[in-house]
Ligand binder design. Structure first.
Ligand SMILES: [Fe+2]
Ligand SMILES: [Fe+2]
Length: 257
């Protein structure tokens, strides 16, 4: 009889993440390496700008990191009273600054393509079918187990920067793609750190097999939904057969770049 230990499950969960991040990269690579006019990039870049702001709560969102910071300040900064709290508060402030930089890098490109200002009303109005499903899943998982759900979302944050891995690895002399490549490199370097922070939090906070099984189940749901979202953002129908293959590990891991 084989027994599964918590250590095995942590390794399995890490490997699961790697498959999904490679899946996000595959979807982006398919789009970025096909011939396109500059205007064809507007939809995905606009959507990514929205995600960079909404993810941390720079555009209003329940249970967001911005809200956590605001609530902490409202409660006279309890986070500042312990080593762990100070670490966490500083991390959250720094990662907020990084998310705004990610937005800015792509917003600048977007503005140059369209010749128009980047309006928040346009970003917020751009909701893909997957955005509503993602929001509904998030509320449901938070209601089921708030602590593990937050750990799962932190783990899945940015999808392991898969789409930026694909962007940063572009080999091109096209001026627009070169800008996308350079912006992707910056985001990739930050987001790999955010993902690692989430993975480490998961590994240190969860110890029982039951908790790890809940995390694995939540990640499976969140990450498959993220693959559908990426397809929609690049204007493609989600390929359910390929998504199932990716979830079952039939994909090469991303090389280090
Ligand atoms: Fe980001
Ligand atoms: Fe991030």
């Amino acid at each position: 009889m084989t027994t599964t230990t918590a250590a095995d499950m942590k390794a399995e969960i890490r490997a699961l993440g790697q498959c999904f991040w490679a899946g996000e990269a595959e979807i982006a690579r398919n789009f970025l390496t096909a011939p396109h006019e500059p205007g064809d990039h507007v939809h995905w870049i606009r959507h990514q700008c929205y995600r960079e702001l909404r993810g941390p709560g720079l555009l209003k969102r329940a249970h967001s990191r911005v809200q956590w910071i605001i609530d902490n300040i409202g409660d006279t900064l309890p986070a500042a009273e312990s080593k762990e709290g100070r670490d966490e508060f500083e991390y959250q402030l720094e990662s907020l600054r990084q998310e705004f930089t990610h937005f800015r890098l792509f917003a600048d490109i977007l503005e140059d393509i369209t010749g128009e200002p980047v309006r928040m009303s346009t970003l917020e109005g751009l909701r893909l079918p997957s955005d509503d499903r993602i929001e509904a899943t998030r509320s449901r998982l938070i209601a089921e187990d708030e602590r593990i759900a937050h750990i799962a979302y932190s783990f899945a944050e940015g999808g392991g920067a898969g789409i930026f891995h694909a962007g940063a690895a572009l080999e091109t002399d096209d001026p627009l793609l070169l800008r996308i490549q350079r912006a992707s490199r910056v985001v990739y370097d930050d987001e790999v750190g955010h993902g690692e922070h989430g993975v480490e939090a998961a590994e240190s906070a969860l110890d029982t097999e039951e908790e790890l099984e809940t995390l694995r189940r939540m990640l499976m749901e969140i990450c498959t939904e993220r693959l559908r979202m990426r397809s929609e953002m690049y204007g493609q129908e989600p390929d359910e057969a390929r998504i199932a293959e990716i979830a079952n590990g039939r994909i090469d891991p991303l090389p280090v770049i």
